[in-house]
Design a protein around this ligand. Structure first.
Ligand code: ZN
Ligand code: ZN
Length: 365
């Protein structure tokens, strides 16, 4: 890699937090409700976003909650690599001499390790892409990079939430063995607990989504490796009715968190209608639902009300009109951008480009 690329990557993976929250974008739904969201880098080592309970952290909670509340009793795995495995295989260049394996010291190996863990817990895919012989039909997974005990000591471990209650020792040992074999790591540490109280389950969601890589200097190398690494993974069908909720003990309820999670999916929490398309992305051809950034000071002037401390807002008193939104969305996203975007999208489709949602960085929300 030439120096220029390394420098750009470093710039992208660093963050000072100076800009986080300064700018905001606005949306209008098909019934005319207005919402805003402030822009945050979402990086775990950002001085603003990397704080426990930060808006970036709360946004991650909002992404997990709609699934987590479907879990009646929550099984919780922590899968941890012993010291000897943690720093083998930098960028896949120095794998273990005997087995050729590497586990968690490069983006490539992290993706592979994550896939293997999901393969065991959810079951491997057969030819028809169906998962077979798994232990849990659905689950949510997220990595923590550092532990609390020794700040700055690389301690990668995987947190997994599943539908699970008490597991017999024999069964639990079988799962442990399967993970150890699949990962070629005979002394892999696997811990399991389960929870059935809403408060505990909410706390687990809060806990696994928290930032752990809170200082860039702990490992600039790993920070660069984690650029665009999709840390939060899930599998299975999440279409069942909510099994629990939280009303008390917090400044906001699960309903407010659900409102944020709707906006994250570009749906209006007030009326359930989609957010209006304001134009199309110049490069990807995907619909643009939020305006260009404006100074967040406007949110104060409009007495915007924040939803669940996430940097998402309701704009009841803004007096914004549809024309304002079109104006704020910028010229390139207007008719001109729209036509260009459509053309581009058609071309991409023909070229067989995938429409996958962009991969998110470590903890980016
Ligand atoms: Zn930030
Ligand atoms: Zn609406």
């Amino acid at each position: 890699m030439d120096n220029g690329i390394v420098l750009t990557l470093e710039k992208k993976s660093q963050s000072t937090g100076v800009r986080c929250g300064r700018w905001s974008v606005i949306s209008e739904c098909e019934s005319g409700h207005h919402h805003a969201k402030s822009l945050y880098c979402g990086k775990e080592w950002c001085s603003v976003c990397g704080i426990h309970g930060s808006k970036a952290h709360n946004r991650r909670i909002a992404r997990v909650i709609p699934k987590a509340i479907q879990i009646k009793t929550m099984g919780y795995f922590v899968i941890e690599f012993p010291d000897a495995y943690r720093k083998i295989g930098a960028a896949g260049l120095t794998p273990d001499e005997i087995t050729g394996a590497a586990w968690c010291y490069s983006k490539r190996d992290l993706i592979d390790t994550t896939n293997r863990i999901v393969d065991i817990l959810a079951g491997k895919r057969n030819k028809t892409k169906r998962r077979n012989n798994g232990y849990f039909e659905r689950g949510l997974l997220r990595w923590h990079w550092f532990g609390d005990k020794i700040p700055g000591k690389y301690n990668p471990h995987v947190n997994v939430l599943v539908d699970g209650a008490y597991i017999e020792n024999d069964k639990l040992n079988e799962i442990k063995k399967a993970l150890q074999n699949e990962l070629v790591c005979p002394d892999l540490i696997v811990n399991y607990h389960y929870y059935d109280q809403p408060g505990q389950m909410y706390q687990k969601v809060e806990y696994i989504t928290r930032p752990t890589f809170t200082d860039y200097k702990w490992s600039p190398y790993m920070a660069n490796e984690l650029y665009n690494f999709r840390n939060q993974r899930w599998w299975g069908k999440w279409t069942s009715a909510p099994a629990w909720s939280i009303k008390d003990g917090k400044d906001y309820s699960i309903n407010e968190i659900m409102a944020v999670s709707k906006l994250q999916k570009n749906i209006c929490p007030e009326c359930g209608k989609p957010l209006k398309t304001l134009g199309y992305n110049f490069r990807t051809g995907r619909p643009v639902k939020w305006t260009r950034p404006i100074d967040s000071i406007y949110l104060m002037l409009w007495s915007a009300t924040e939803i669940a401390v996430t940097g998402y807002y309701r704009l009841d008193k803004s007096n914004l009109t549809t024309d304002d939104i079109i104006y704020l969305s910028g010229r390139n996203n207007g008719m001109e951008g729209l036509n260009h975007g459509r053309k581009r999208a058609r071309k991409n489709k023909q070229a067989g480009a995938s429409g996958d949602e962009c991969r998110r960085g470590a903890g980016q929300s």
